[in-house]
Design a protein around this ligand. Structure first.
Ligand code: F6R
Length: 364
């Protein structure tokens, strides 16, 4: 059942190229993004004034990423909410709001309650769901399925990757219809998307390097992940992956926030993972790396090939293949998933079933 892999998580990480492809390919037709199940006319898409993305955990992290992408490409304001917060804060949902609910299981109690609240308020809802026929899939006005297939490991990997793809496609569709993206840029994005599966495979094939590095940090007590913009969203997911399966305390910080408190926790030998995939922010994050290095941190950087400046400041660098920076999460998350996985098994833990956690959280 594990297809020759030692754990479901390892198997599912390796299924990501296929899961991404299966979620992407049916929705790209003749160089265009076609999402029939969206059930919205171009006129309806143009009328949307605001988008809420509501989810829990890793699914929420995909929403944080796609906020940057939606706002950049389609120029629509996006709010991202944790479902458990959204449902109790009496959210303001004007007409022409679209509420996007993201869930692998389609059964997460808070996420389902958030969907019901949005429907009660009379706004349009769209589910991005992996489990076919689940509660969220049945109750949302429309549902866009992610085609990750069954995910068994508690820590999500392939479902996360497909949730990102679904939201990239959605943002591109909105941008195209609203005329906020040029045809040239759009065509280049399609090409970048189509290269992702192969690029993910390449990163997976370097897993032994990540393992070797992870083995040096099995006894870490605290790990900090830093980044800016989309790199901050990637940091959140990288940090969650590590902590939930390794039981090592880790936190993600917006790199610019470090000096507002967190930097006091940096001391000799502390591991800091820096994510740099957004070229316009490289310089800023590099200066944050210097700040933690000065205080004795050991820095692992995940960055895009060509950013050789990072080598001058970081201790260990993982290079990602070139892509459109808006899609960088899909690549940067791979070494971070692998890092969490190898730290967990290196510590002898039950990586597929971490303590206290359930795959589907059906109670609030
Ligand atoms: C972390 C993880 C969780 C889920 C969260 C939402 O690896 O898997 O944080 O992302 O519980 O679950 P779904 O997507 O089923 O609503």
């Amino acid at each position: 059942e594990k297809g020759g892999y030692e754990h479901f998580m390892l198997k599912e990480m390796h299924e990501q190229p296929k899961a991404v492809k299966d979620t992407l390919t049916p929705r790209i037709k003749n160089g265009d993004v076609v999402i029939e199940e969206l059930g919205m006319t171009d006129e309806e898409i143009r009328a949307i004034r605001k988008i809420f993305i509501v989810a829990c955990g890793s699914a929420y992290h995909t929403g944080v990423t796609s906020k940057y992408i939606f706002e950049k490409l389609a120029r629509i304001p996006v709010e991202v909410d944790l479902a458990s917060e959204f449902r109790y804060r009496d959210p303001i949902l004007p007409e022409n709001t679209l509420v996007v609910i993201v869930s692998q299981s389609g059964e997460t109690a808070d996420t389902l309650a958030a969907l019901r609240l949005a429907k009660e308020k009379g706004v349009r809802t769209l589910g991005i769901v992996n489990v076919v026929g689940s509660s969220i899939a049945r109750e949302a006005d429309n549902v866009m399925y992610t085609w990750a297939g069954p995910e068994i490991a508690v820590a999500t990997t392939k479902a996360y990757s497909t949730q990102l793809i679904a939201q990239y496609l959605l943002a591109m569709k909105f941008a195209k219809v609203r005329g906020t993206v040029s045809q040239n840029d759009f065509d280049a994005m399609i090409q970048s998307l189509e290269r992702l599966p192969e690029q993910i495979s390449l990163l997976l094939s370097h897993k032994e390097n990540v393992q070797r590095f992870a083995n040096r940090y099995l006894a870490a007590e605290h790990v900090f992940f830093i980044g800016r913009g989309i790199d901050y969203a990637i940091s959140m997911e990288g940090s969650l992956k590590l902590k939930e399966i390794s039981y090592i305390h880790s936190e993600a910080y917006a790199a610019g926030e470090l000096k507002h408190g967190t930097i006091s926790l940096i001391e000799d030998g502390r591991l800091v993972v820096a994510v740099l995939t957004q070229p316009e922010l490289y310089k800023k994050t590099i200066s944050n790396i210097q700040e933690v290095k000065t205080r004795g941190a050991f820095v692992m950087a995940v960055t895009t090939v060509g950013n050789t400046e990072v080598e001058k400041v970081a201790d260990y660098v993982v290079y990602l293949p070139e892509t459109n920076p808006i899609f960088a999460n899909s690549l940067a998350i791979i070494p971070l998933q692998l890092f969490g996985y190898y730290v967990s098994i290196g510590r002898g833990l039950d990586v597929d079933k971490p303590r206290n956690l359930a795959k589907s959280v059906t109670v609030e």
